[in-house]
Structure formats: C-alpha cells, structure tokens
Design a protein around this ligand. Sequence first.
Ligand code: ADP
Length: 623
Amino acid sequence: MRTIARPSRLTLAGACVALWVGLAAGNGAAAEPPVRVGVLAYRGGDHANAVWEPTIRYLAERFPERGAVMVPLDLSGMDAAVRARTLDFVLTNTGNYVELEARYGVTRIATLHSSRAGASGGSIGSTVIVRADREDIRDLSDLRGRTVMAIDPDAFGGFQVAWGEMLKAGVDPYRDLKELRFSGFPIDRVAFAVRDGESDVGVLRACLLEELVAEGRVDARRFRVLAPKTVPGFDCALSTDLYPDWPLARLASTPEELAKAVVVALFQMPDDHPAARAGGYEGWTVPLDYQPVHALFRALRIGPYRYLRDVSLVDVAREHWEWLAVGALALLWWAVHSLRVEHLIKVRTAELRAANRDLVHEMAERRRAEETARERQKEMDHVARLSILGEMASNLAHELNQPLGAIANYARGCIRRLEAGTLDPAQLAEVTGAIAEQAERAGQIMARIRNFVRKRAPQMEPTDINEAVQAAITLCQGQAHNGHVPIALALSDDLPPVLADRVQIEQVVLNLVKNALDATVGTAPGAAEDTRRTVRVRTGRDGKGRVEVAVTDQGHGLSEEARARLFAPFFTTKPDGMGLGLSICRTIVEAHGGHLWATDNPGGGLTMRFVLPAIEESETHDS
Ligand code: ADP
C-alpha cells in the first residue's frame, strides 16, 4: 500500500489523515481497526515518512487482517494523542519517551538496535568538538565564557546529554557561557560553525562527526574531541555516557496480546530488512533500561522533572519547616508585642491627653482664681484705704480747717482794713498772696486724699521710701495733733530707692503709724514733754542691705490674743476697727518681696517693722 494522505499539521488532528499502510485497508474488509503507531516527526512529515514508513509497512504486513497506521506527530501532538489514547503504540526519541512514561505510563516494549551500540546496548551520546588548533580549550571546564553551538535545545544526543556532562564539569551552559546558540537543521551546521571559527565549541550527536567525515564533508583532522571517553564496542568519538536509542512503547490501554504480537513481529525483523535500513537501525532488541535518562533529566530539570525548577513554597515549607515555625513564632511574638505596645501607647496617650486637659483646666481655674484674688485684693486695698480715711475723717477735717480758717482770717482782715480805708496796695498784695498760699495748702491736702483713695492698679516704680513715709505722716498729722502724740521722724538720707507702688507703701506706713497713735492715745496723757507718748518713725538699712522702716510706740502693747492673731483678717480690738489693716499691709509688703513683723519694746509698747529689697545702683541706671 501507499501513502494515502500526508498530515498537514503534525497534531492529533493529523492522525485522521495519517499515513495508512495496511493490506486490509486495500481490500476494505478490515474486521478490526488498524494498529495505530504514533511516530515522532521531529523533522516534519516527509522526513518521518521516509524514515519510518517502511517499518510501519513491515508491521502492517505482519497484521494483514487489520493493517497499521502511522501517525506522524510533533512533540505536542504526541502528548495530546497519548493523553487522548488515540494510539496503540508510540515510536519516539529517548527523551520524549521518558516524558510520556512519566506522565501517561507508556511502557517500552522494544528498543532500536544500532550496529554501533556499546556493550550496554546504548548508542546515543554526544561529541563535544573544538577546532584542533584551539589549545586554549582542553576540557569541558574550559567552556566557561565560550561560544557553544548545538542543534536544538530538545535534541537528546545533540545537546541534552552534553548539557548533563557540562554540569558535571561545573559549567551551566545557560549561565556560564558567553553564548549558547542552536543551529537547527541541517545537522552538519554545527561542525561547519566550529570549523569556520563562528563558534568556539560544537555539540554533535555521537557518530555524526564520523558520518560527516565518511561523506567527505569535513576533515577529521580539523577537530579535536573534548573529554573523550571510550566505551567498549562503541567506536565513535564520544564525550559523554551512552544512552538507549529510540524505543517502541505501548500505551497503558493497548491490549496485552497486541503488544506481544508487535514485539514478536519486530524481533523477527531481519538485520538487513529494507525497513531497518531506511530507519538507520539494525533491527530491534529487548527494551533497555531508561533509568539513566530519567537521572539525566532530573539533573537537568527538564521533561518530567521540569517541575523541580519551580520549587514551590510548599516544598520549601516542607524542607525547612523548623525554621519557618521559628520564624512564624517570632513573627507572632512581634505582632503581639507590636499590638501590645500600640495599645499601651494609645492608653497612655489617652491618659496624657486627659491629664493635659485637666492641667489646662486647672491652670485656667488657677488663673481665674488668681485674677479674682488680685481683684479682691485691689478691692480690699481700696476699702482699707477708704476705711482708714473714714477713721481719720475728723482729723482731716481739722487739718483742712487750718488753711480754711487762715484764709477766712486773712479775708476778714482785708475787709476790715478796706472799710477803715487803711489797706494800701502793698498790704493787699501780701494778704492775697497769703490767702493763695493757704488755698494751695488746702488743695494739696485734698489732692493727697484723692490720690490715696483712688481706685487703681498697682504701679511699680523706683520709689524713695522717705518721701512715701513723709506723705503718709502728712495724712495722719491731724490725728497726732488731736491726740497730743508727737511723731518723731528719723529718716536716713542715704537710702537707695525701692521698686514699689508708692501709694501702697504710703498705705502701709499710714496704717502702722495710725495703729501706733491708736495704741498711744489710750495711755494716760502726760506732760507735753513726756517722751513716752512719742511715736517714732525711723528709716534705714538692715544688716542685709534692705531698706527698713520701723514704727515704734510706747502704747499699751499686745495682749496674748492680739499677738497670736495680729495679722489675721478681721481681727480687731477697736470698737470701730475693721481688723483688715495689718493683714493687707503684710500682703502688700510680701508682694514687694519684703517682710513685715512686730516686736515688743523692752520698756512697753510695740515696734512694727518692714523691710523691702533695695534697687542696687546698677539696676537704677539700667532702668
Ligand atoms: P484695726 O486697726 O482696724 O483694728 P489692724 O489690722 O490694723 O486693724 O489691727 C489689728 C489689731 O492689732 C488692732 O485692733 C490692735 O488690737 C492690734 N494692734 C495693731 N497695732 C498695734 C500697736 N501698735 N499696739 C498695740 N496693738 C496694736
């Protein structure tokens, strides 16, 4: 029979129009479907036909009642056909066979026998060649950084076997070479490229070099074989181990009887059968061991072992689970720790925020309280000044009476002289001058009083303490006069100024002097020259350089209760007293950075004393 169709595509679809070789097909009386043999057509359908059609025809002749069909397939078509079980047998190369064996459980039933096979029966290997004059490349390890050419990445003898050998020599062709090139068909290109210096190194299927030499296409002397190996019975130049040739394999679904019959038929093929010659083999032999091919593919991580390249996370986890567990625990600890820290930070932040809010609130409260206290103090100062003035009202009236009385006298004198006609202009000028003087005096008294009782905020300024003392004494002169208690002043004239509110200091002095007068007036009146009744006001400096004011009386002194509560607000022993004077005085003095206290006099009576810090000379100049 002849070829009845040629596959347009080398796929499973191609099987439908496959080469049909069978006697039964000729007479159209086939009881069973023909034996289907998938053949790897690695160089296309025509080439496959030329090489394998006689072998399939041989089988067809051995099964006259059903015939045999050759289905030429490329690698993917082969895979699909085996998976779909549309074949009974596959005739394929060594590499494809181990893949199909691993994936679909196909089983080899015979291996091609080559006359060149080594003692082990293997006949597929690689020859790695360089040009004879390349002294720099002596071994496979010298391939690093070189250009290497092979026929095809899927070629078993033409590349993969040599690849395995290179790896053993420590050179990964995909990583360590300068360049890895694949020539494609025709297969002699590699040898020519090496010969012509286009590639440093060439990888050939074992025995190809000898074939090219025999055909006279290359000169053997131009080449040197790297890492040459000798295998008994194998007489081609070789750089690698030998592997088994193409097998014929049955599918798992192929009936046992049919497999047996095909094996028997193949084994019975004579060595010189035209089919063997066309296929370039010398009959068939028992199936060889393909385990070395598996080992090679596993090392190269190709074919059924490609998955080894994609080491999955699961694999890593399985292999290093202890470390992963430690890592996971550490991560967990870290996560828990972070969460805890974050939580604590949140809690602390909230606490701080709350505390801050409280603090701000408290500060605002305190400011308000201070403000209120200041206001109250101001009010109290004012009230105290008003009250002290109230207490002194009669004395002030007396004081005012003097200039007013003098003015009235001067005026009446003037009128009398006018009526008597004895007033000359010179006398008139003198009298009106005196009147004006007395009026000014009265005005000054009024101004002082107004100034004293004015409601005002304190004004700190350098103040001469003696002036403040004198102003205060002026205000209570009336009371002293009425009570017949002289006020004796002893003012030091070399005192530095103090930083003070003048009116407040006047208020303090006035209070102390008034209290001293009150305490003295109550004692028995004596002769005008009785020194016991004098109130003495003295200014000077204390041992620490501070300015001191002391008001001393010889009055009734302090009772035990008065001593204990002297500065307490609202403590008074006077029927019309308010008991605020000393408490306000102490507040004022302390607000000026000073100090106010009482001491008993040895001979009776009391001395009230206060000190204020002096402004040093440099500070005065600065200010
Ligand atoms: P007030 O003068 O309105 O009573 P003060 O606070 O000025 O208020 O005085 C309180 C009390 O202290 C007085 O009532 C008095 O008993 C006593 N006191 C103050 N100064 C003297 C003094 N120099 N001698 C004796 N007692 C004094």
